[in-house]
Design a protein around this ligand. Structure first.
Ligand code: GDP
Ligand code: MN
Length: 391
């Protein structure tokens, strides 16, 4: 789960990380009021879950409360397009109005779970700001990484090493950097985050380190033990199909860009299915692990989510029944045909427990389901069906 910048900054502040003074506004009048309280010189920042807002026109400097009101009027309600939103953009509902900072240097600092080592890694760079993706792609040596053993936590020598590496070398700055990094790591660990990022971390003209932007991603599987974090969820920022899937208890649906809707049991098989679709020349429209289901309604609901995706041109159902029973899956497919007007081609590759009963049900139903004999055969037929070729 992601949260907004203003929420991320409030969280960082709880852990002693310095952030600019400011508040969130949902109307231009409110933005003007906050700017007046802050002395007039502010920055007005679109609150959406995607990054790249600066380049997309979602961050504006204002020197008077009137300018802040105008900037907020331009930003609130706009469909903000950034390299992270996709071409359709994301509608802005609120802005963060903050005191302006005089920036001396823009640095980068983050903690994330390193999938290679399985440990948190803290990363820092002297080349922070809006070009950090470019830096990572072309000059990765400018990003310093230190792995943190969760058993010992973040240690002072790590802070010194990172701080020196990004040019914070005076005793005063080292002290500030250590406290800030410690706070960032503790927020990350205490709240089961998968990413905590400050970009830019700025050094101000008067020598203070400040988190000018903040971003958190949280591990959804740990949200149950952080009701304070779960309460920050903003459903408007999430993919509507993913929200619909979750509301049916289908937690493992992820919307992708292709046109073959996938219904699979088991995360590993779901990954293999997507790979095989690609191998056969197609593109999956989603990742979906329906889990071990012996519940007809869940299968039907999963099919509904796929049908509601306008990009889907064919459906590929790939089931290897172990604990899950193929006959229940078959009933779910039949029920979906009965309930919804399915005109898309459906390819099913079914194996495993109660296959014979499942086969019998599908045969009796007389439905035009295309059968795949194995994983590759099913994927190939789905790719052909999505391309409009009769399988
Ligand atoms: P992002 O583009 O979504 O990552 O949004 P950021 O919060 O990182 O803002 C983008 C850029 O706006 C920053 O890299 C800064 O260069 C600039 N910016 C943000 N706040 C201030 C500010 O208070 N003063 C100045 N001068 N620039 C700012
Ligand atoms: Mn940023």
């Amino acid at each position: 789960m992601k949260i907004h910048e203003y929420q991320a900054k409030a969280l960082l502040a709880q852990f002693g990380v310095p952030v600019p003074k400011g508040r969130v506004a949902t109307t231009p009048a409110e933005a003007r009021q906050i700017a007046a309280e802050l002395g007039g010189k502010v920055v007005v920042k679109a609150q959406i879950h995607a990054g790249g807002r600066g380049k997309g026109g979602g961050v504006k400097l204002a020197n008077t409360p009137e300018e802040a009101e105008r900037a907020a009027a331009q930003i609130i309600g706009m469909q903000l397009v950034t390299h992270q939103t996709g071409p359709q953009g994301q509608k802005v509902k609120s802005v963060l109005v903050e005191e302006q900072s005089a920036i001396e240097r823009e640095l980068y600092l983050s903690v994330l779970v390193d999938s290679t080592s399985g440990e948190p890694v803290m990363m820092a760079s002297a080349a922070g700001g809006m070009e950090i993706e470019e830096v990572a792609a072309t000059t990765p040596e400018k990003i310093i990484r230190i792995n943190v053993d969760p058993a010992t936590g973040f240690l002072p020598y790590m802070a010194r090493q990172l701080a020196f590496g990004i040019g914070l070398e005076t005793r005063e700055l080292l002290g500030q950097a250590q406290k800030l990094m410690q706070g960032l790591y503790e927020a990350f660990a205490a709240k089961d985050a998968s990413l905590a990022e400050i970009n830019p971390l700025v050094l101000t003209a008067d020598g203070r380190l400040l988190a000018l932007d903040a971003k958190f991603n949280f591990d959804d599987n740990a949200l149950f033990r952080h009701p304070d974090i779960a309460a920050l969820r903003d459903i408007d920022e999430e993919d509507p199909l993913e929200v619909q899937a979750k509301s049916h208890g289908i937690d493992n649906y992820i919307k992708l860009d292709g046109n073959i809707g996938c219904i699979v049991n088991g995360a590993g098989l779901a990954m293999a299915t997507m790979d095989t679709i690609k191998l056969a020349g197609g593109e999956p429209a989603n990742f979906l692990d329906i889990g071990t289901v012996n519940n007809v309604e869940r299968v039907t609901n999963a099919i509904k989510v796929i049908l509601d995706d306008p990009a889907v041109k064919a459906i590929f159902i790939n089931i290897f029944g172990g604990m899950a029973r193929v006959d229940v899956i078959a009933q779910g497919i039949i029920e979906a045909y009965r309930t919804f007007n399915i005109t898309l081609p459906v390819v099913a590759r079914l194996e495993g427990t109660n296959l014979e009963e499942g086969e019998r049900l599908l045969k009796e139903s007389g439905l035009p389901i295309i059968r795949g004999t194995d994983l590759y055969d099913g994927a190939r037929r789905a790719v052909e069906a999505a391309a409009g070729k009769v399988a």
